[in-house]
Design a protein around this ligand. Sequence first.
Ligand code: NAP
Length: 248
Amino acid sequence: MSKDTIVTLVTGAEKGLGREYAEQLGKKGQHIFIGAYDMDAGKKTQEELSAEGIAVDLVHCDITDQSTIDNTMAAIDKKFGYLNILLNNAGISGGAPKKPSETSDEFLRKVFDTNFFGTTAMVRTALPLLKKAPFGKILNVSSEMGSLTAAMDKNSLFYHLNSFAYSASKGAVNWITVSFAKELEGTSVTVNSVDPGMTATDLLNKKAFEEHGAQSVADGARRGIEMASDPKNDANGTFTQEAGKVAW
Ligand SMILES: NC(=O)c1ccc[n+]([C@@H]2O[C@H](COP(=O)([O-])OP(=O)(O)OC[C@H]3O[C@@H](n4cnc5c(N)ncnc54)[C@H](OP(=O)(O)O)[C@@H]3O)[C@@H](O)[C@H]2O)c1
């Protein structure tokens, strides 16, 4: 069977940045699997993308539930037998930012369950299918809020945003990138982190994001789309945003 079709799985693709990644990559001819948490919203997105002529499948993929991850990979395996791009977009803020002394274990666990353990499970489970593709790319949607360098730079906006759970979880997402990139060095699979920058979505409060000058999803998704569109791009173990490199 030919492996000419670029097969892409986007998690949390029913709305926000994930929907934009799915739509833009689909318009470039990639076959999109929407990994949806909320199947009603996923169905609506699938119908909208399909109406635009995009080849799109819908799968239930709750990244905190291994059985749905297994079913997602089984569906991709059955249809194509390989996966080119795993866009680990699904993520949560957990709620309003809290100082470390006010952050409960329950809150920390909730955020890490999705952002760190969920993303790790996606990477681990997708690897066999990624290795069967002519090239494989794992893109972890991280955040500059996970950058230790920015957090300690008094001139950075991120110095003043002490959002313990979310920032620590995105720092941990960067460790997923670094650790798997080293393990997969020399193979056909690369792993990179991308930072969309502050984007007006439902991640926390869309209205507040807009009031603080957040960019549109089209702008926020640009770097991820660039990274996911060029099969020859063999960058591995990087952390970038549209403006360039982000310090770890
Ligand atoms: N917006 C920003 O300023 C910004 C900046 C830097 C990085 N990011 C990152 O960008 C990514 C996308 O966020 P967004 O801003 O587009 O927010 P969003 O609109 O809230 O989208 C997040 C998506 O992930 C889904 N999701 C949550 N838990 C999930 C799970 N367990 N399994 C599968 N899907 C799950 C959400 O579904 P439900 O809505 O049904 O829960 C939603 O569809 C996140 O990783 C976020 O951390 C965002």
